[in-house]
Design a protein around this ligand. Structure first.
Ligand SMILES: C[S@@+](CC[C@H](N)C(=O)[O-])C[C@H]1O[C@@H](n2cnc3c(N)ncnc32)[C@H](O)[C@@H]1O
Length: 293
């Protein structure tokens, strides 16, 4: 396992702030994540509380943090429940979460009671999550087990790492890859798809969130950086995928796309707010089935 000396992911914290801000406020009938706020520090909760209260702060730095969390809340209130539903629809004994960040599913989805979970993440991000969890020992995992598995998907051999961590390649696995693909190069995405399908028994599933190219969404990220959002500056987007290209890549490795929807469509179907339309339009949730290579 490599450690490229990188800092813990700031975008993982932002997504967690988004979920904490959305909990019980946006799409309350479909989405709830009471665990997210517990993983945040006091300072990280400030913009969350402001968004929940609808109190716009003074000062540009606080305002950028507020707007980032508010926009993220709207996105995760659509993508998180869509993914939760996909996981509930395909229960498997094994769930591997790639680039898990501050994902809370192993602590909040009772449907995972019989599922062994592997959380794969960059070593620095994973260490940060473990430190946060250590501060809340009274928070039990609801999944059957959680195995923290550090790996840099751009460098390490995912197959070897999972093998060493006790993942069983002969049993079906649900693979979850949410909010990570844009941060990987095209080559790293391909290598990861190859590695996960090599460890996929028939009836395995990939639940994938990725970004399609969008001039407006990319311009929005650039603007956030110019305005001083240090959250995204250290984690540039490296690959955006038109749905057809993504489906072709997955098909090369025996994965058949069963559904692939943009978040704006999912938001409209669910009747959730859609103010940040360009972010929602370019974000996608796909489900792909593996029946053997
Ligand atoms: C935006 S966060 C998403 C976290 C989580 N999946 C979620 O949706 O809440 C991006 C995650 O990708 C991880 N990541 C980015 N590049 C990675 C790499 N090369 N190897 C492993 N994880 C990586 C980061 O550590 C971070 O946890």
């Amino acid at each position: 396992m490599s450690d490229s000396g990188r800092a813990a992911s700031r975008t993982a914290v932002l997504v967690c702030q988004g979920r904490a801000a959305a909990d019980g406020r946006i799409a309350a009938d479909r989405f709830t994540d009471p665990v997210a706020v517990r993983l945040l520090s006091g300072a990280e909760r400030v913009p969350v509380d402001e968004v929940r209260a609808g109190t716009v702060p003074e000062g540009w730095r606080a305002r950028v943090a507020f707007e980032s969390v508010r926009a993220c809340a709207e996105v995760v209130a659509v993508r998180t429940p869509a993914i939760d539903e996909a996981l509930r629809a395909r229960p498997a004994g094994q769930l591997v979460i790639l680039g898990a960040g501050l994902d809370t599913r192993a602590w909040r989805l009772p449907e995972l009671a019989r599922t062994r979970v592997w959380e794969v993440d960059h070593p620095a991000s994973q260490q940060d999550k473990r430190a946060r969890l250590a501060g809340i020992p009274e928070l039990p995992a609801v999944a059957r087990s959680v195995r923290f598995t550090p790996a840099d998907l751009a460098v390490d051999d995912l197959g070897e790492v999972l093998d060493a961590a006790g993942h069983d390649a002969s049993a079906a696995t649900t693979w979850l890859w949410e909010g990570v693909v844009p941060y990987l190069t095209r080559d790293a995405v391909r290598t990861t798809v190859a590695a996960l399908t090599a460890r996929s028994a028939p009836d395995s599933t990939l639940v994938l969130n990725y970004q399609a190219p969008s001039a407006r969404a990319s311009a929005g990220r650039l603007l956030a950086r110019v305005l001083g959002s240090s959250v995204t500056s250290g984690e540039p987007w490296r690959s955006l995928w038109p749905p057809k290209r993504m489906a072709e890549l997955l098909a090369e490795y025996g994965l058949r796309v069963v559904s692939d929807d943009d978040l704006l469509t999912l938001a409209r179907t669910a009747g959730t707010p859609a103010r940040h339309r360009s972010s929602l339009r370019s974000g996608r949730v796909a489900v792909a089935a593996y029946h053997g290579g």
